[in-house]
Design a protein around this ligand. Structure first.
Ligand SMILES: [Zn+2]
Length: 297
């Protein structure tokens, strides 16, 4: 595959913004087992995390209707039980558009209280939104017997409704879109994103983790993947810090918004890819500029 085609494919898969037939780029199966009953499912849109035991089948994020159906058609082969849960890490369509498919299969949907609100706000076509019926403000625990699932909200970051799902026994955590691994992130200022607080959120999560914690990421540069360690979170933290530092230095030096944001890459972060104009460093810097210059309410 030529590099440009490769990057286009990455863009379509990672951003989940285009209608693509299902594609499996780097593995034969969309399912990958991690440990302690957990795993991931990657097809189109945000990475689905999962946990199975004799009693329970739990999914984190729902991608799209078709890939949700593919997930539900395949997860049984891993031996999950009949009690079923779906957690939404946040409201974006590439993580929640499969909700209806899960709901029709009897899954209980759980999310932070901002998620249904933001889903309805962004459903500009008036279509019916399938949202969590069970919500929480700070945290929510599900005792599954052999595993304790702990869903925690850490404040405004990628949106105003992101949560991290911890599997305490397996020592695995799903970050949702708090992690775009070596990929310029979407910073959804219209939904309450905060770069400054995102930095704090990543540091807090790392403080709660240990060297063995395995993290699942919403999106990733294919070269680096959608799982990783606390070091990857700190790398992202450093990138977000650089966004604010670069922008503030430009403002202090009297540079224009265009001069500050017209940057294609940072020397310190050579691995970051820009799959599309939508996910680019200049877009990230423009959000940073607005965060530093506009009233943040
Ligand atoms: Zn997102």
């Amino acid at each position: 595959m030529k590099r440009i085609d490769f990057l286009k494919s990455v863009a379509l898969i990672s951003a989940g913004t285009a209608l693509l037939p299902k594609m499996k780029l780097f593995q034969d199966s969309a399912f990958t087992e991690l440990r302690g009953g957990t795993g991931i499912f990657t097809m189109r849109g945000g990475t689905i995390g999962w946990y199975v035991s004799d009693d329970v089948t739990l999914a984190i994020d729902s991608q799209y209707a078709q890939t949700a159906a593919d997930f539900l058609g395949g997860i049984d082969s891993f031996g999950g039980g009949p009690e079923t849960f779906l957690i939404n890490t946040h409201h974006h369509g590439d993580h929640t558009s499969g909700n209806s498919t899960f709901k029709e299969s009897g899954y209980r949907i759980i999310a932070h209280e901002r998620v249904p609100v933001l889903q309805r706000q962004s459903a500009d076509d008036g279509s019916t939104v399938v949202a969590a019926e069970e919500t929480f403000a700070e945290q929510h625990e599900i005792d599954l017997g052999n595993e304790m699932v702990h869903i925690k909200y850490y404040g405004h970051a990628h949106t105003s409704g992101d949560s991290v799902t911890w599997f305490r026994e397996a020592n695995v955590a799903h970050m949702g879109d708090l992690m775009f691994n070596r990929l310029y992130p979407f910073i959804d200022r219209g939904s309450g994103a905060s770069i400054e607080n995102w930095i704090t959120v990543l540091e807090t999560v790392v403080d709660e983790a240990d060297n063995d914690t395995q993290f699942i990421f919403g999106h990733g540069n294919p070269e680096f993947g959608v799982t990783g360690s606390a070091d990857d979170l700190l790398h992202k933290r450093d990138f977000l810090s650089k966004l604010l530092e670069h922008t503030q230095a430009g403002i202090d030096a009297g540079r224009s918004r265009d001069e500050i944001t017209n940057v294609n890459s940072f020397d310190e972060f050579p691995d970051f890819i820009s799959p599309s104009d939508f996910l680019s460093l200049s877009r990230n810097l423009d959000v940073a500029y607005r965060e530093l210059t506009e009233d943040n309410g």
